[in-house]
Design a protein around this ligand. Structure first.
Ligand code: ZN
Length: 62
């Protein structure tokens, strides 16, 4: 899995193996092909998401 940003600037995860954007939060694996999502990857995604939310909050309070 790797983090990318959609056209709205929202961070999303996509599978390196099959390109799926679905992953199973219960098992931390790709929903389509079962490739495991590493803790490192999850941390990177969560950080990107936190930064996005912070930027959005800053914008809305403007
Ligand atoms: Zn996959």
């Amino acid at each position: 899995m790797s983090v990318f940003f959609n056209p709205h600037g929202v961070p999303e995860m996509a599978c390196d193996n099959c390109g799926s954007r679905w992953y199973d939060r219960m098992t931390n694996c790709c929903y389509e092909c079962g490739q495991p999502v590493t803790e490192e990857m999850l941390a990177e995604y969560n950080q990107a998401l936190a930064e996005f939310n912070r930027a959005r909050a800053a914008k809305s309070t403007g």
